[in-house]
Design a protein around this ligand. Structure first.
Ligand SMILES: [Zn+2]
Length: 206
């Protein structure tokens, strides 16, 4: 059983809030997921805070709001999981060099329209979308959905890759586009270990 603290064991290696959101589910590459840190609304809020999508004030407000409206929180969490499935359907094909379905893209458009409908344009060095005034239970989802659209419209699609050792998706920002693993500490090390053991076995049988 995951806990609110459990979300912090997920490494944020996607390079985009949208990909890190997809990466809240773990498992082998290509197969179904075998673990999920998002087990309820409190975990969703904790993940949003951990991933830098929610301020401390927003996090506290959302925990309060969800305690006062448990049915609303359950519905918002169910919607979160559907959104994550949809983002998976958009980015997993892209990581494999294919195009996502028109249905998944249309759903993302609807989610983005809803997200921007609750945002304001705030001035920084450029204007940015912000959800400071959004007091709805869908608040944690808004920046995730927007990050997905930004990645699709302005990111380098050919840099979106799937890890060779697990189901994580990431943006390969390396100069020669040679990144193969979600992180060298996890899948990269596991692969090196496998190769080392295989090489030793080959030597031993000579
Ligand atoms: Zn991996």
């Amino acid at each position: 059983m995951e806990t609110v603290e459990g979300v912090k064991r997920m490494h944020l290696v996607g390079g985009s809030l949208a990909l890190d959101f997809i990466n809240t589910r773990t498992g082998p590459p290509g197969g179904p997921s075998d673990d999920d840190v998002l087990t309820g609304y409190p975990e969703l809020v904790a993940w949003g805070a951990y991933a830098g999508a929610l301020t401390d004030t927003e996090t506290a407000a959302l925990h309060r709001l969800s305690r006062n409206d448990p049915d609303g929180a359950r519905a918002a969490f169910a919607r979160t999981l559907r959104t994550r499935d949809n983002l998976d359907e958009v980015f997993r094909p892209l990581a494999a060099g294919k195009s996502p379905s028109a249905r998944a893209l249309a759903q993302l458009r609807d989610d983005e329209a809803d997200a921007l409908g609750h945002a304001q344009l705030e001035r920084g060095s450029t204007f940015v979308w912000a959800w400071r005034e959004d007091r709805t239970l869908a608040r944690p989802l808004r920046p995730v959905v927007h990050a997905a659209v930004q990645l699709l419209t302005a990111g380098a699609l050919d840099r979106i890759k799937g890890c060779g050792g697990c189901r994580f998706i990431f943006i390969d920002e390396s100069k020669n586009r040679s990144r193969r693993w979600c992180s060298m500490d996890d899948c990269g090390t596991a692969e090196k270990m496998r190769r080392y053991v295989a090489a030793r076995r080959t030597r031993a049988t000579r």
